[in-house]
Ligand binder design. Sequence first.
Ligand SMILES: Nc1ncnc2c1ncn2[C@@H]1O[C@H](COP(=O)(O)OP(=O)(O)O)[C@@H](O)[C@H]1O
Ligand SMILES: [Mg+2]
Length: 322
Amino acid sequence: MKIAFIIDPIDRLDPTHDTSVAFMEAAQQLGHEVWITQANRLSVVQGKAHATLERVTLVPVTLGENRWIAVDQWFQTEAPVFLPLETMDAVFMRTDPPVNTAYLYATYILDYVDPAKTKVINSPSGIRAANEKMYALQFTEAIPETIVTQEKRVILQFLEQQGTAVLKPLGGKAGEGILFLQAGDRNLNSMIEISTQQGTLPIMVQTYLPEAKDGDKRIILLNGEPIGAVNRIPTGNEFRGNMAVGGRSAQTDITDREKAICKMLAPTLQRDGLFFVGIDVIGGYLTEVNVTSPTGIREVDRLNDTQLAVQVIESIQNLESK
Ligand SMILES: Nc1ncnc2c1ncn2[C@@H]1O[C@H](COP(=O)(O)OP(=O)(O)O)[C@@H](O)[C@H]1O
Ligand SMILES: [Mg+2]
């Protein structure tokens, strides 16, 4: 197969951490051609989605003591070519948030890939349908007490009831803009004003789950099925568990409650074409459904001796042959 990955500039990826690199390595290992492009290198010409693509070869990471090790020159690209995306068997959309206007327009361009010729993962319409913070709201049995609003009065009232809460911008990732709120905090009004851009932008406010200190679990779902998990434990004075802000990754299992949550989500994820997803679970509650560029595979593979990226690429092969 020929597989194209829509990624952020490749020299900014971390081969020891980024799941996109794990996918590219797995594709290469399975004998596929690996191509890369970026969201800002997509076009529609004569009704067909095109991309400026580069063929890439990778030097796979190796396992050191408690970490992956990459060589300095871990990838090599060939000269760019402008091709219809239907020359690829599969296209993996892996651009990092923010899901801004440019991101959304890229998904509209991907609508002009013929699904009979090329699989696009995740489905461009699915990515548009699923705000990573708000998608969880439809699973009322799985989420903690949560509101979405831009009205300060509504936020203050919710906080009075809850005592403590976590404020989340709706388009953030990797802990960006996440704030701990406490009733009576002297910065409270100001934090709400900054986050809602003076009441013009809705945000999420969610009851604070004390179990967060024991970890924010990332569960990787392939076509709705959980295939692996890693716990991320906050370090130092930080309350956020994201790896990008120093969260320590730790080995973990998937509990029965978490399996039940995955079952709850599966039909909706399948309906929306959300084939590769990473959910976040804190204390048995669903807090986020990551659909754009979920990560965690490197950590799961290192801690559990699995090969999840190979499993994902093989499942795309199977989609192809159906
Ligand atoms: N309801 C919550 N209670 C306690 N901590 C939370 C809660 N929601 C999120 N957090 C903390 O904030 C971090 C980021 O939250 P999340 O909703 O996953 O957004 P993102 O990962 O996109 O920044 C989590 O890793 C977790 O440590
Ligand atoms: Mg998260």
